[in-house]
Design a protein around this ligand. Structure first.
Ligand SMILES: [Zn+2]
Length: 245
């Protein structure tokens, strides 16, 4: 589509396939949390089963330790996430309550405050006043929450959802080293588990760097190195304890 002067005319309004910016941020946060949860599951379970495998060849022992570690890790991740998201949404809710009260007590002052925020963002005072006025008519709390607090009152994170998501992602990550070490014959157990864990950590390191728009190479190396140290240290400790017992 071109205008008479030949310039490309930009369509007005959001593109059909362009989701709301808040939606993208939210989805990125979820994805990032899922990748980190899976990464935790891989590293902590790999360390655990390697430690036990350092002490014993017994498959049942490795299985029991691995399953207990998986359950404990997933529950602890879920509980931690529940607590931290609850605390955050409590404080967001308190801020929204305060804003709601201020809007009731002193609407004029609040309108001036909102207009001042838009002036700060670059609107001229007249237009800022007009925008503030219209947004206040439309949804006063929403406008104040967005401009002052950076919160969308209709989109507070649900602590149960967050807890469930991190439990599931930890569980999925933990399955990889656990199944690998259980299914591979004893003489190849350690080597194959190390290879599988390195591959998984390279993938989660790459994904978390991409989601954070950071350089991927260094993130992959750091993540893989962390996992190798965890497995090496617990295997060494397991071997030591195994010879003592
Ligand atoms: Zn306000």
């Amino acid at each position: 589509m071109t205008t008479e002067s030949g310039a490309v005319a930009l369509p007005v309004g959001p593109h059909e396939h362009e989701p709301h910016a808040n939606g993208i941020n939210n989805r990125l946060n979820w994805l990032r949390a899922a990748v980190l949860g899976a990464n935790d599951g891989v590293v902590s379970t790999a360390g655990l089963v390697m430690g036990v495998a350092g002490a014993t060849d017994n498959r049942t022992t490795i299985l029991v330790a691995g399953v207990a570690g998986l359950a404990a890790g997933a529950l602890s991740m879920g509980a931690g996430e529940y607590v931290s998201v609850s605390t955050q949404s409590d404080s967001e809710r308190a801020l929204l309550d305060k804003e709601r009260r201020e809007l009731l007590d002193d609407p004029e002052q609040e309108l001036a405050e909102l207009a001042a925020l838009y002036v700060k963002k670059g609107l001229s005072p007249g237009l800022a006043r007009e925008v503030a006025h219209e947004l206040t008519e439309y949804d006063a709390l929403g406008a104040h929450a967005e401009a002052e607090l950076g919160i969308d009152p209709d989109d507070l994170t649900n602590p149960w959802h967050a807890a469930g998501a991190s439990m599931v992602s930890f569980f999925v990550g933990a399955l990889l080293p656990l199944l690998t070490i259980l299914l591979v014959p004893p003489d190849l157990r350690i080597a194959v588990t190390v290879v599988a864990v390195v591959a998984a950590l390279a993938a989660t390191g790459w994904a978390s760097a991409r989601l954070g728009f950071g350089p991927t190479g260094r993130a992959v190396i750091r993540n893989v190195a962390g996992g190798l140290v965890a497995m090496g240290v617990t295997y060494a400790i397991g071997s030591l304890v195994g010879t003592w017992v």
